[in-house]
Ligand binder design. Sequence first.
Ligand code: ACO
Length: 390
Amino acid sequence: MTATAAPSTSPAPSKPSWDKGLANTIAAETEMSFIDGAKGILEYVGIEIDSLARNSTFEETVFLLWNRRLPKRDELAAFEASLRAEYGLPSEMDDFIRAIPKTATPMHALRTMISALGTLDPEADDDSLEANQRKALKLVAKTPALIANFDRHRSGKPLAKPDASQNIAGSFLTMLTGQKPTDAMNRALDVCLILHADHGLNASTFAARVTIATLSDMYSAMTTAVGTLKGPLHGGANEEVMVMLNEIGSIDRVDAYIRAKLAKKDLVMGFGHRVYKTVDPRATYLKTFSKQVASDTGNMKLYELSHAIEQLMAAEVGPKGIWPNVDFYSATTYHSLGLKLDLFTPMFAMSRMSGWSGHCIEQLRDNRLIRPMASYVGPHGVAYVLMASR
Ligand code: ACO
């Protein structure tokens, strides 16, 4: 075969640059969230996160992210109704959930259940905008039932149906505990869901966009995203924070524990961020909020322990730009709400499903395969050695 010369019209390839961790690479455009890491600003569609946490609901926030504007009253009611109509799981999922080993961790289970949902949706491979919007809605609406029912299954309880008379937070907590939550508990979870809904091109969102950019499908992209969120450098950090708080146990042990970690150059979970070099604005809000929730639920010792860690870290590594991130005070909040430690990251996924799916739809609007390069650092010209001679 003769090699064909590249057509002379091909643009000259630009010189690629090496950017470890893609820290200085812009790989997507988004209209959903804006982050200023130096000033500690996060906005959804231009609205400051603090204002949304104070005034909005998770459902309204999802409408905002997906439609780039706040809904009018009747639009919000219609949107909430469409979500509630999709809360239920396909009946086949019951057997599927029961087939997952009770010893599996909830994030492994969630990744597997999201993937299984894709096998049950006849529209799974329809990549039209309308079908993808319907899938996004289903994924946000059904994820709470997946998480709650896996927890019920592993606890030996019968599976529960969602409660379409409640918002997502209320229906989830009711399935999980068997009791309707108080308004304060409902609001606490709702606020956490608002704060976690979207965050630029974070690792799991990037992973979702890479998957959808191959023209795979929404369920595959969400499965990828859940797997990526699970890692302790990303969403899994909130569980690690709780492990650390349990290990420290009391305020008098904070100093020795944290100093020993820093001396060994170990990570203190819930601190540091790729983009924020000041306090994560979600952490600022959650700090005040978690204090209130902790006080209401008799968990002030835990809040005070977290606060003592924050103060020591501010003095020791604040000048290096290492400050609390969203995971730090979300651990205290979730614990105060009575949630099991290994459900903290699934809570994050439950909310971020809205951002992930919104990003996938954005990606497909002006799609190009996402395919960076690797710098080969191995040998060249190595002779193949026959098996007998090795
Ligand atoms: N504790 C102690 N030191 C830290 C921490 C931390 N949590 N985070 C960063 N540092 C130090 C690093 O050791 C490094 O020190 P050096 O310059 O002396 O080598 C310096 O700060 C820069 O850190 P990088 O690892 O280069 O920062 P990067 O941007 O790659 O990582 C990350 C960001 C992964 C979030 C990191 O800060 C971390 O691992 N934090 C703990 C895990 C965590 O809380 N993750 C949740 C992030 S928020 C989210 O995903 C929702």
